[in-house]
Design a protein around this ligand. Structure first.
Ligand code: NDP
Length: 596
């Protein structure tokens, strides 16, 4: 097979040893002693980067003082799914505290041009059967995905008690009241029986610690705070404000490859600053066939989600319902056995896959030197795989320059622009597509100060990494749930994991409310056993990531002690879902201490 998809027949001829050496060299070029410390958050000197272009700046309201059965921190999909599952079980008294001015979470903040989901929308966008929403395309635009968030909130009556443009600050357990006392930056106090911290996986944007970053005199912003006031246009592109501008984008991850094409079409000139090339495979987006969509039988969405997670967990099924570039990887015989495969076999399969991605670059990009610079040399799963049918094509445009930094990154930011290899590129605007803090520290990423029984700080309990049952609950912090993928089994489709977690939480909370159970927390033994299991099962993953090029997946190539504990559950999503279901079916008491 030849063409855009690469040459599968040529895999046998690959020099695997030479490529493995090249991967190791490329990794070595990118390792830095400051690892995750090379980045900084949008605070302190960079607080200006954190203004919300979609919020009312004059928003004001009186502080709220009230009780609630459940307080949910975060109005993204994690919080919405949990609230929806609770409402389905007739839990009425729910308050959502949300930093943004509306529901949406990731999809509220990220409105950059070109934004879409990278997992098929029919399995990514949850509760489609409940709201009747039909995504217009297979990989839906961000605005549609946020629209579904609003529909869920409306359908389940969540607007009435939502506190928007509000940051939860302290979450403190009161043994006397048997409640969490939650305070916010607007002076609110909510006394809640249960707290769900659904603060998101990608909610803490980061900027690179490039010397001089504060000196640039033109506009600059992070992709999750896109400034349409400056660029003009909207998420569909046509950024009319850039027609006479030289724009610099730093970052070629999943966000970079989505926002580069619309900026390239609109700007006078685009300079894309690349440290590591992305792997970019075929996307194949297409409009939704409404007839097909409406002909689906009830329960179809969960079935489709499960089918995708089974395939992408290395468990081939009779039928591949999604059948896209993502499941295609696992349909290839070599990779479908990947999860259980011997490490060297898996390595060869991934090298072969990446070779086809490199061949695709050659098939599309005309300038040879640019094509060479765009070829990724790392194992396919070291980073989240990218898919696009218009990213590589932009490098054939005369108004686009790839500034490859040979793995070193941008050297300096000046008043006028960016410096690479001693050369200054004069720019009217700098856009940082540089990602988010990820699985580093829950308290740091969420900004919450959580204090449990006896004044125990969560920060302190998790100072060497998370200690949880199912990634959601932790002893000494009764009635608290944290929604993340740390110590949780994660599907490539994160919304499948969030769906399973929301059902678990809703079942447990409803059980407690119905049975007058005042507090619930993991038993000592259950928590220790889950942590031990997570550590034992993380060995393969850690060994794999030790060979990977640096990224947020592997703490930028460092191996801090927390890595073992702050990893996803190594048994995979299917075993994780089973453990949750077993716990629900067993009435919870095997692993949890339930007190009246
Ligand atoms: P990433 O962390 O994946 O990418 C950050 C980029 O910034 C990398 O290319 C990185 O280079 C580059 N970078 C950082 N510092 C420098 C520097 N000093 N000089 C030059 N380049 C630098 O962030 P993204 O926002 O792209 O993606 C984060 C995650 O969000 C994704 O992995 C995905 O899970 C999710 N996402 C999902 C989407 C969807 O569903 N549609 C869309 C977008 C994101 P290097 O690679 O060398 O570190």
């Amino acid at each position: 097979m030849k063409g855009e998809g690469g040459d599968r027949d040529g895999d046998e001829a690959l020099d695997y040893d030479a490529l493995a050496r090249r991967y190791a060299e490329e990794r070595a070029k990118r390792l830095r002693p400051d690892a995750v410390r090379q980045y900084q958050g949008l605070e302190g000197a960079f607080a200006d980067f954190d203004t919300d272009p979609n919020a009312r700046q004059d928003f004001d309201r009186k502080p709220v003082e009230r009780d609630a059965d459940v307080l949910i921190i975060g109005g993204g999909y994690g919080g919405l799914l949990t609230a929806a599952q609770l409402r389905k079980r007739d839990v009425g008294d729910i308050v959502v505290v949300e930093k943004g001015a509306d529901f949406g979470g990731t999809w509220y903040w990220n409105r950059y041009p070109g934004i879409r989901c990278d997992v098929e929308s029919y399995i990514y966008v949850p509760l489609l059967e409940e709201t009747g929403f039909v995504p217009s395309e297979r990989y839906a635009k961000g605005a549609e995905i946020q629209q579904q968030c609003r529909l869920i909130a409306e359908k389940f009556g969540l607007y009435r008690d939502a506190l928007f443009q509000t940051l939860a600050r302290t979450v403190t357990w009161s043994d006397a009241a048997q409640r969490w006392i939650v305070t916010t930056d607007r002076g609110d106090t909510v006394r809640a029986r249960f707290v769900v911290a659904a603060t998101g996986l990608y909610s803490s944007p980061k900027l690179p610690g490039i010397p001089g970053i504060e000196t640039f005199e033109g506009p600059s912003f992070h992709t999750s705070r896109w400034d349409y006031g400056f660029t003009g246009g909207d998420a569909d592109g046509e950024l009319t404000g850039l027609a006479d501008k030289a724009v610099g984008i730093i970052g070629t991850g999943s966000t970079g490859i989505q926002c580069v094409p619309p900026v390239a079409r609109s700007a006078r000139h685009l300079y894309l600053f690349q440290r590591t090339p992305a792997s970019v495979d075929v996307r194949g987006n297409r409009p939704t066939d409404e007839e097909w969509f409406r002909s689906q039988e009830p329960g179809w969405q969960r079935e489709r989600m499960m089918n995708f997670t089974q395939w992408t967990s290395g468990l081939p099924q009779a039928v591949d319902l999604v059948a896209d570039s993502m499941t295609d990887l696992f349909r290839e015989k070599s990779l479908s056995a990947g999860i259980a495969m011997a490490p060297d076999e898996r390595e060869r399969a991934e090298i072969a896959k990446m070779e086809r991605v490199r061949q695709r670059v050659d098939a599309i990009v005309q300038d040879r030197a640019t094509a060479e610079a765009l070829k990724p040399y790392f194992h396919y799963f070291c980073k989240r795989p990218g898919f696009s049918d218009n990213y590589l094509q932009v490098f054939n445009r005369p108004n686009v320059t790839l500034v490859d930094t040979a793995g070193r990154g941008v050297e300096q930011v000046t008043r006028r622009g960016l410096v690479v290899a001693g050369e200054e590129y004069a720019l009217d605007c700098i856009i940082y597509a540089t990602g988010f803090d990820f699985m580093t520290s829950f308290t740091q990423e969420s900004g919450l100060v959580v204090t449990g029984r006896g004044g125990r700080a969560l920060d302190e309990k998790w100072s060497n990494g998370a200690h949880t049952l199912f990634g959601m609950q932790t002893r000494e912090f009764p009635n608290l749930f944290v929604l993340s993928i740390v110590q949780a089994g994660t599907s490539i489709n994160y919304l499948h994991t969030a769906d399973a977690q929301s059902v678990y939480m809703a079942e447990l909370i409803t059980h407690c409310l119905d049975q007058d159970i005042a507090t619930v927390e993991p038993t000592q033994e259950a928590e220790a056993a889950w942590v031990d299991q997570c550590v034992a099962l993380s060995a393969d993953r850690l060994a794999f990531f030790e060979k990977c090029t640096p990224s947020y997946f592997n703490f930028e190539g460092a191996r801090p002690r927390e890595f073992e504990l702050n990893s996803p559950y190594g048994g995979g999503p299917l075993a994780y879902f089973e453990a949750l279901e077993e716990c629900i079916e067993g009435g919870f008491s095997d692993r949890l201490e339930l007190r009246r």
